[in-house]
Design a protein around this ligand. Structure first.
Ligand SMILES: [Zn+2]
Length: 246
């Protein structure tokens, strides 16, 4: 007697093996979402992951491939596998932004950041104020250094903090996904031209002062300046050095 066809193992992998791969996917995903492996970091090699998860290298390879498809991981030729995004949504946003026109991305930033600045001015707490002052001081200090990566990192940190001070978790999540994608893109396009008047003091002070309209106007002003210059290839700036068309 032969077994029913429906119970025969599939041509690609058995149910048991599929279950094992799913378990490894979950384990790897947890490392990423919990931040044990941060965005931009290289994850352990296949051999190391095989030992860590007590599974075969083939199982690890399939689990990693699945997370590459999901947009969480990225394989770099000859270098290893890196964390690209902390969630599926962030991965999707990241892929979308990577092939977006610079102007389109700037307009989305403007839409989110002007609204966020207005809300932040209305809702910022004492803790937000202290945090904003600290991050702004750090950004100002970084402007004096000849270190583009450091300035980009501190700039992004300040913008994230302003959005977080809006105390709108949906807006914060959307912005987090967008900004991680932007930061990665900025990193890929390091053409060290420091902007002459890249100063967020007025924006930060307006948020701290609780002046919603000035905060919104300041957030709009520096993004409008970038938008106005975005059709000129020679105007490099630190705010968004997004690749034009791929
Ligand atoms: Zn900025």
């Amino acid at each position: 007697m032969s077994a029913p066809v429906s119970e025969a193992p599939g041509p690609l992998r058995s149910t048991r093996r599929a279950g094992l791969i799913d378990q490894v996917i979950d384990q790897l995903r947890t490392q990423i979402t919990a931040g044990a492996w941060a965005v931009g970091e290289r994850i352990p090699t296949e051999t190391e992951l095989s030992q860590l998860t007590n599974t075969s290298r083939n199982t690890v390879r399939e689990a990693v491939q699945s997370l590459v498809h999901a947009g969480l991981l990225e394989r770099r030729q000859g270098s290893g596998t890196y964390v690209l995004a902390a969630s599926e949504l962030a991965g999707a946003v990241s892929r979308r932004v990577a092939k977006a026109r610079r102007l389109d991305v700037l307009e989305v930033r403007r839409t989110l950041e002007v609204g966020a600045a207005r809300l932040a001015a209305r809702r910022r707490t004492e803790a937000d104020i202290a945090h904003l002052r600290e991050l702004h001081d750090g950004r100002q200090a970084a402007r004096l250094l000849d270190d583009v990566d450091e300035l980009v990192a501190r700039d992004v940190r300040l913008h994230r903090a302003i959005v977080q001070a809006s105390h709108n978790p949906v807006l914060t999540d959307l912005y987090e996904d967008l900004v991680v994608a932007l930061q990665e893109n900025v990193r890929l396009n390091v053409a060290a031209v420091a902007p002459a008047d890249d100063d967020h003091s007025a924006l930060v002070e307006a948020v701290i002062a609780g002046d919603a309209e000035t905060a919104a106007a300041e957030a709009a002003a520096f993004l409008d300046a970038l938008i106005a210059g975005s059709d000129k290839e020679d105007v490099a700036d630190l705010e968004v050095r997004v690749q034009p068309e791929n």
